[in-house]
Design a protein around this ligand. Structure first.
Ligand code: GLN
Length: 203
């Protein structure tokens, strides 16, 4: 079981690996880059960063870490997927490319590039359940997915508050897995990584 300073890996195939590691260290975890199955075995939790899910899928296959990741999910490893990482954790996808597979684990349907061209990238204030403090969370979205459907065991942590996408689900948790549509490593607000650290400590 994790000690008071859990070791959290960041899947280092693509994306903001350094930024996620800095956030994790700040909230009290130790961090490492994970590319190989042996590196995956050494962690108490894992972050899957944003990027391009189709590329990440191919790289995970190329590095032979795709099946070990599925195994780790089956074994109950806490994993936090952000943006493309959310796509990787979804059981089902809308707007996937041909042959694109996910790791799965979260009983959700995720739509890729859901917010459309007009709002390719945007920022929004969110109420996120479980974060410390009363201040809203300032979220950065980049060609982001949203969660179109959730299963009964999925807890909704945040929805878009206003605008054309009002009500859309952008953060979820189910057991040891959590996911956000947005990029929590891109602001100075560490509270989302804090929630994940709590989740790692509980499992
Ligand atoms: N649009 C990307 C995808 O489908 C995700 C974008 C992101 O991770 N910022 O994989």
């Amino acid at each position: 079981m994790p000690t008071t300073r859990p070791r959290i890996g960041v899947l280092a195939l693509q994306g903001d690996v350094r930024e996620h590691r800095a956030m994790l260290e700040h909230v009290g975890a130790s961090s490492s880059a994970v590319r190989r199955p042996s590196e995956l075995e050494a962690v108490d939790g894992l972050v899957i960063p944003g990027g391009e899910s189709t590329t990440m899928y191919k790289l995970a296959r190329a590095f032979e870490v795709f099946d070990p990741l599925r195994q780790a999910i089956g074994d109950g490893l806490p994993i936090f997927g952000t943006c493309a990482g959310m796509i990787m954790l979804a059981d089902r996808l809308e707007a996937a490319i041909d042959g694109q597979e996910t790791l799965g684990g979260l009983d959700i349907v995720v739509r890729r590039n859901a917010f459309g061209r007009q709002v390719d990238s945007f920022e929004a204030e969110l109420e996120v359940s479980g974060i410390d403090g009363a201040d809203p969370y300032h979220a950065v979205f980049i060609r982001a997915p949203w969660v179109e459907k959730v299963g009964d065991d999925v807890e909704i942590l945040a929805r878009v508050a206003s605008g054309p996408a009002a009500g859309r689900i952008v953060a979820v948790r189910q057991g040891p897995l959590m996911a956000t549509s947005f990029h929590p490593e891109m602001t100075g607000d560490h509270r989302i990584h804090g929630i994940f650290l709590d989740l790692v400590r509980q499992h």
